[in-house]
Design a protein around this ligand. Structure first.
Ligand code: AMP
Length: 650
């Protein structure tokens, strides 16, 4: 293990005040903290209490000399964001100075529309710079943004509107994906019809891609309201470190997504530190997180993290294969990207294309690629290594809740060994395909069995974290402290000891390297995106023909896993292809196209326990052609054959 890493990691656990306190000195505060960590109300950990800062000031103002910190470089003319939309043939560079102007102007719009500190704003936008401007403007005035992935549909958006109760909603006429405009405003209108909460104002960024319907008195175009209410300068709101910055909804094991509530100071310090110590980026580096602002990766490493470090962040609209499969590598060449962050799925998609279609661009600027979101398989790792001419492909593991890595290869702290050697480096970390290496700063992890006993190396168990969780990790579930405890700290395995439950299975090898094996609960990852099977089941159940349903994720070569559904129909219905289509359409409409069902099978019964709980494991194993395992708790064993036959098409 690396000595430097080991020492620092130990310090981060044994003396968090010193470890995080020193790092916090490097960011901007109006007033320094009284306490680095307040754990008096565990497990509601609070970082840098008494500290006063502002996220937007740290992202923008300090790089153009507006915070009075003399020793900092002036980055006024350096690009803060570069927007690239290859399908539309458009790109745009926004310097720190221009970003400052745009964010102030839009902060004026928010302020003059009655939005203030603590008010919520929903952002339902595609990958365009205005989405980042809107988020930064919210953080400037202390409003809490909640970005909703623009691929989510009406019901998902309506739920978030009702839960967050925003004063204002910001959207665009349309996104653009795979050569097609994807209209968004119609979904906003439908969601607002459906929701009980009605925001007073809807701001639409008109891209000229679709003709949005306008509701008089409620809807207004971005350019018009800028003229009317924009300002040249809006003071940054002085935010307590523990004040919320944003809400990001994520799927859990119930039908209702959880609003992950992020703080201001802990998020700032943790992300700032991760840029150097994990991703090894600095100065004027160009950082590209090829994700979407609707996911946590987009929040942390498109909008905020790179700017906290004064880097250039790429905002990419489109897919990895449009207009062709070489487009991503050409973007790296065009903007001399130093660090790319993406998901294994993206590479599994590219891997299907002939090398000549993908390779060829000059990747000499690239120092490393970071992958996260799902387990990294060895063939994809090998392909990525070859594609990049042997650059380090570094796996790291995290969750929406944590905001940054729980496990990572710390490229900025230790030397990386990419060669396939038997021995371990004395200093540095070796890349073991599929292993996100070691715990990040402040994380102490354990792998335990059903009773909470620690598992020996080589044995699979539940991955849990010992308190306190590090800075940047969720404050609570928005508006629902009880659900925060229930979801993350209510593990009956640990009666007297509060432990953060990740919901994942993991294994640690003899060398102390971790492997995350996948979810141990009813959450699935489709192409790296988290979906709750319960959310999909609720959509399916809303179809009039459905009596019972079970949705599970089954292994898929490209997407990691895909949702499939076993449906029991009400007596008078016939299970035909048309009905399958109708059910899938409901899922696409209510949850979103990413939840599209890979397969639907109609059955007469489902395997259940005597207490009536569907045994998902049995269905999953049958789909994946594995042994069904222990059937002692099943009420009606013939249900197994019914499901098996349906899967085999008999
Ligand atoms: P999300 O909150 O959508 O980012 O999903 C978090 C979940 O993604 C984790 O709980 C894991 O199941 C999975 N995950 C994220 N990164 C990795 C990784 N590097 N290896 C394995 N699984 C991962």
């Amino acid at each position: 293990m690396g000595k430097k890493y080991e020492e620092l990691h130990k310090l981060s656990r044994e003396n968090p005040d010193k470890f995080w306190g020193d790092i916090a000195e490097e960011v901007f505060w109006y007033k320094k903290w009284d306490n680095v960590l307040d754990d008096s109300n565990s497990p509601f950990f609070r970082w840098f209490t008494g500290g006063v800062t502002n996220t937007c000031a740290n992202a923008i103002d300090r790089w153009i000399g507006k915070t009075g910190e003399e020793e900092l470089p002036d980055k006024s003319d350096q690009p803060a964001y570069i927007w690239e939309s290859p399908d539309l043939g458009l790109s745009r560079t926004i310097t720190y100075k221009q970003l400052y102007e745009e964010v102030n102007e839009f902060a004026g719009v928010l302020k003059n529309s009655g939005v203030g500190k603590g008010d919520r704003v929903i952002i339902y936008m595609p990958m365009i710079p205005e989405a980042c401007v809107a988020a930064l403007a919210c953080s400037r005035i202390g409003a809490i943004h909640s970005i909703v992935f623009a691929g989510f549909s009406r019901d998902s958006l309506a739920f978030r509107i009702d839960d967050a109760k925003p004063k204002l909603l910001i959207c665009a006429d349309a996104g653009y994906r795979a050569g097609k405009a994807v209209p968004l405003k119609g979904i906003v209108d439908d969601a607002l019809d459906m929701a009980s909460h009605k925001p007073e104002l809807v701001i639409i960024k008109d891209r000229g891609l679709a003709k949005p319907n306008i509701v008089e008195g409620r809807d207004v175009f971005w350019k018009d309201i800028l003229k009317e209410k924009g300002e040249d300068f809006v003071e940054c709101e002085k935010m307590e470190s523990t004040d919320p910055l944003y809400i990001l909804y994520t799927s859990g094991t119930t039908g209702k997504p959880k609003g992950v509530l992020r703080d201001t100071g802990g998020h700032l310090v943790a992300l700032y530190h991760s840029m150097g110590s994990i991703y090894d980026v600095r100065d004027k580096d160009v950082y590209w997180a090829a994700s979407d602002i609707g996911w946590v990766v987009g929040h942390s490493y498109i909008i905020y993290g790179p700017l906290f470090k004064g880097l250039t962040s790429i905002i990419y609209e489109g897919t990895p294969i449009h207009p062709d499969a070489g487009v991503w590598f050409r973007v790296i060449e065009k903007y001399k990207v130093n660090c790319l962050f993406t998901s294994p799925t993206a590479f599994r998609i590219l891997k299907k294309y002939p090398e000549k279609d993908v390779f060829g661009a000059d990747l000499s600027s690239l120092r490393a690629i970071f992958l996260a979101g799902e387990p990294l398989d060895a063939p994809t790792y090998k392909w990525a290594t070859k594609a990049t001419g042997n650059k380090p492909i570094v796996d790291h593991y995290w969750q929406t809740e944590t905001g940054w890595a729980i496990l990572a290869g710390h490229l900025g702290t230790e030397k990386v060994i990419t060669e396939e050697t038997e021995s371990l480096p004395e200093n540095g970390f070796k890349i073991k395909p599929g292993s996100p290496t070691w715990p990040s700063w402040g994380w102490e992890l354990k792998i335990v069995d059903e009773e909470g006993n620690e598992k020996p190396a080589g044995e699979k168990g539940y991955l849990v974290a010992m308190p306190p969780t590090p800075p940047g990790v969720l404050l609570t579930v928005y508006g629902n402290d009880e659900r925060y405890i229930d979801s993350y700290y209510n593990d009956k395995k640990f009666e007297d000891n509060i432990v953060y439950t990740t919901g994942d299975y993991a294994i640690i090898d003899e060398d102390g390297y971790y492997y995350v094996l996948g979810r141990a609960d009813e959450v699935i990852k489709v192409a790296g995106h988290r979906l709750g099977t319960r959310e999909i089941e609720e959509a399916i159940s809303s179809h009039e023909s459905v009596a019972e349903v079970c949705t599970i994720g089954v292994a898929d070569e490209e997407k990691g896993s895909v949702p499939v559904a076993m449906v029991v129909l009400k007596p008078k219905y016939d299970g035909n292809d048309e009905l399958k289509k109708a059910i899938n359409n409901i899922v696409r409409k209510n949850v979103g196209p990413i939840a599209s069902l890979h397969r639907i099978e109609f059955v007469t019964k489902l395997p259940k326990t005597r207490s009536g709980k569907i045994i998902r494991r049995v269905i999953k194993n049958l789909f994946e052609d594995k042994d069904v395992g222990d059937l002692s708790t099943i009420e009606d064993p013939s249900a197994v054959d019914v499901v098996r036959k349906a899967i085999q098409g008999k």
